[in-house]
Design a protein. Sequence first.
Length: 492
Amino acid sequence: MGRLELTLATPADPTSTGTAAIALPIVDGAVRDGDKVAAALGIDLAAYVEREGLKGEPGEVHTIQAQGRLGDTAHVLLVGLGAAGKITAATFRKAGAAVVRKAPGKAASMSCFVTAAASPSELAAFAEGALLASYAFTAHKSEPKPASLVRLDLVVRKPSPKLSAALSRAEHRASATFLVRDLANAPSLGKTPAWLAKQAQALAKKTGLTATVLEPAELAERGFGGILAVGAGSERPPRLIRLDYNPAGKARARVLLVGKGITFDTGGLSIKPNEGMAAMKTDMAGGAAVIATMQALPALGLPVRVIGLVPAAENMPSGSAARPGDVIRHYGGRTVEVLNTDAEGRLVLADALAYGVEELDPDYVVDLATLTGAIGIALGKRHAGLFSNDDRLAAALLAAADAAGERFWRMPLVEDYRADLDSPVADMKNIGGKFGGGSITAALFLREFVAGRRWAHLDIASAARSDSDEDEISKGATGFGVRTLLTWLEGL
């Protein structure tokens, strides 16, 4: 994992930082706050921008060779922020990521002169983008290649407690995102439900959470039929991971977070084609987001009571696997006819939702899951779907996502589609089909297990993984969702 050191600097001479590169912003097609740097370099930056026709679009980076006139400082990066009236935190986040991705190959450190007009939240967004873009998963490389850029100095005219607090939040959120990426990128050869439970227990001990793990015998005794059915085909049995956060003072709200923790998904007997299975080590990204969110709460000290649940199972085909046509009994007694064993995420989530509602009596319930391929068809690879039975909760989560730099789109809970989940032999079946809308029917299925609480379902199937590096998004597991959750919880 990339570990970029972030510092604040206020040098009297901006070219005396001893860094290997200097980054300057372009706003409205002109370099900002670069007079001293230009003078020391002997470069007419305004003429350079005009000659090269630089517009400074958000995230656009141009590199100038300094020809050794600043000792070790060899490059100046001109980083686009766009038009002055249209610059947002998202613009700064994109620019921060671009600086790291375009850093000269031999630059071990860089000084970034972010425009003096930036607010603490915008500077924090720049830092967050830079941190997130520095990520690399190298745990299984025999000779990991270290990142060239290891230190980023944010040069500001006047540090303040508000700025320091904002940067600290950015570092917490980036660290939590890194944790999600690490957990989800880990190969499933070693990533069993028991392994995931041990990771959660270790993090709980380190951060001050309470961890409880329900093993197969207790799951059977207490009636977690969905989790057991999904894990029945694997030699590596399922677990239910529970993390508890209790604030020091009176809790302002009680929140239940549930994340899908399928450590590998073959589809079971309804087996996936190979191309659909290759990325399934990340099918526990929702559960990883819940674990990462929970472990961040003690340091943030939020006055909210939170339980995080991760139903963890491996969905494999074998002689003991669940079959299409089986009827299972979920926690709480509701029965479900399983018509497709590849619609397994909703089965484990249903158990966890019913259990969590009974245990916590929550004010809010939010679940995250790489649940349906249909959401990617509807929204593409950069947006996740948000379903909710409560307009205020949906609005709060959408606002949190916007502030956090993650993209959600609210999807409808079409009541007409609910009848398509009725089964002739059980209370429900686990897939529809008559109306299509696979993401919608999946959300309607989950709604049956929240007992009317204020609830939101986040289908992150496409956004949780990426085929390439782009802005702050990493190739492989993206860590999607955790920044939204932390921002929303802070808002409570």
